[in-house]
Design a protein around this ligand. Structure first.
Ligand SMILES: N[C@@H](CCC(=O)N[C@@H](CS)C(=O)NCC(=O)O)C(=O)O
Ligand SMILES: [Fe+2]
Length: 372
């Protein structure tokens, strides 16, 4: 059922439009991930998530209040492991991949012509093999944008020299399935290695270096069959990983020392309830001034004072044997302190989300200097 109450935050994040669209990037592999959400219902989909970027993607989805209905992979990637299974574990979303890829843990096997719906919007699946035999492209309902994976890259295209690749097949996929979209349809690629992020049907027809302009199928195939690219550095890990939809070999998601919620700002954070329950096993590091620490706002019982300005010189005073939760009034100064401690090599450190202000609002105990 499609809900009808739009969240004001999601609406604003979408620039006031009906569709939220975000392009995310994994720099080590040059991979793009795309988040789309129907603002009215709050339902969204994530295209081509990267395993190592799972926390980043999840934090954005949570901060914007999106209900993720599916992770979609354009193909079984050879250069990185998908984050789809991790996202499925975290949100219960479907895992959608071409049935032709024959991967495990797929909950929504895709065929040409299928629709993947999110709220009142949908993506239409077009089969675009050639880079791999299971490649698909996703076309937005109004044909204003399409996600071409590695079938078509900006001024380039996916290689055809492994994973059942075939340059003749890719020629047909691009010319029949992608170039048949409206000229103004924006094309979002699976990768770029030089900083380009988007193109359009008209541009690629004119300027694609492998099949644009007056290039014939023979020109294209001649180009593709003589590229002599080295294999992707992580192919040995990526291919089996993606044939499990990114489920680790031991079947277990990586665990951390606490239920950390990474913010989209990149910070490990903990919520007051968990911190209150585990106070005895943690060092609560208060980085406000001594005046505030001893003032009327109070402090978390048993906390250690180390003002932010002195932290770098004095971090040796923090007990080495316990995880550290950093606090300040709002969570802003403690965010910088958390980053500084992480940079100094401390492993188990997190920021208290919302700081003492949220801690007090939620009714957790505060002690004051005078009450001691
Ligand atoms: N150097 C990259 C490999 C990049 C690569 O082979 N990318 C594939 C996509 S999975 C491709 O089709 N590249 C086309 C091209 O570079 O023209 C790595 O080691 O990961
Ligand atoms: Fe690829």
């Amino acid at each position: 059922m499609v809900a009808t109450s739009a969240s004001p935050l999601l609406q604003a994040a979408a620039g006031g439009g009906a569709l939220l669209f975000r392009q995310l990037f994994d720099a080590p592999t040059g991979t793009f991930t795309y988040l789309l959400a129907d603002v009215r219902s709050g339902e969204g989909v994530l295209i081509d998530p990267v395993f190592e970027q799972h926390e980043r993607d999840l934090s954005l989805i949570r901060e914007l209040g999106i209900e993720l209905v599916a992770c979609l992979d354009t193909h079984a990637h050879a250069d990185h492991v998908t984050g789809s299974w991790l996202m499925h574990e975290a949100t219960g979303c479907a895992i959608a991949l071409s049935a032709a890829a024959r991967a495990e843990n797929v909950t929504q096997p895709l065929q040409h012509g299928d629709r993947v719906s999110f709220g009142g919007r949908h993506l239409k699946v077009r089969s675009t093999p050639g880079h791999t035999d299971g490649c698909v492209s996703f076309v937005l309902d109004d044909e204003s944008m399409a996600f071409t994976g590695d079938a078509l890259l900006v001024r380039g295209c996916g290689r055809c020299d492994f994973q059942q690749g075939n340059a003749h097949t890719l020629w047909r996929s691009i010319t029949e399935q992608i170039f048949s979209l409206p000229e103004a349809c924006l094309l979002y690629p699976g990768h770029d290695y030089t900083g380009r992020s988007v193109t359009s049907v008209a541009e690629e027809k004119a300027f694609n270096a492998r099949l644009g302009g007056s290039a014939s199928e023979r020109d294209f195939v001649g180009h593709m069959e003589n590229m002599k690219l080295p294999h992707p550095g992580r192919i040995a890990e990526a291919l089996p990983g993606n044939l499990r939809s990114g489920k680790p070999r031991d079947g277990v998601a990586p665990v951390s020392w606490a239920p950390l919620q990474r913010s989209y700002a990149g910070l490990p954070e903990l919520l007051p309830d968990w911190v209150a329950e585990h106070l005895g096993a943690l060092t609560i590091l208060d980085v406000r001034s001594a005046e505030e620490f001893n003032g009327p706002d109070g402090r978390v019982p048993g906390s250690l004072l180390l003002p932010l300005a002195e932290l770098e010189q004095r971090n040796g005073e923090i007990p080495p044997d316990r995880p550290v939760v950093v606090v300040c009034h709002s969570g802003s100064r403690s965010a910088l302190a958390t980053q500084q401690l992480l940079k100094a090599g401390r492993g188990q450190v997190a920021n208290l989300r919302g700081g003492l202000s949220r801690w007090g609002d939620e009714g957790y105990p505060l002690e004051s200097a005078t009450a001691r």
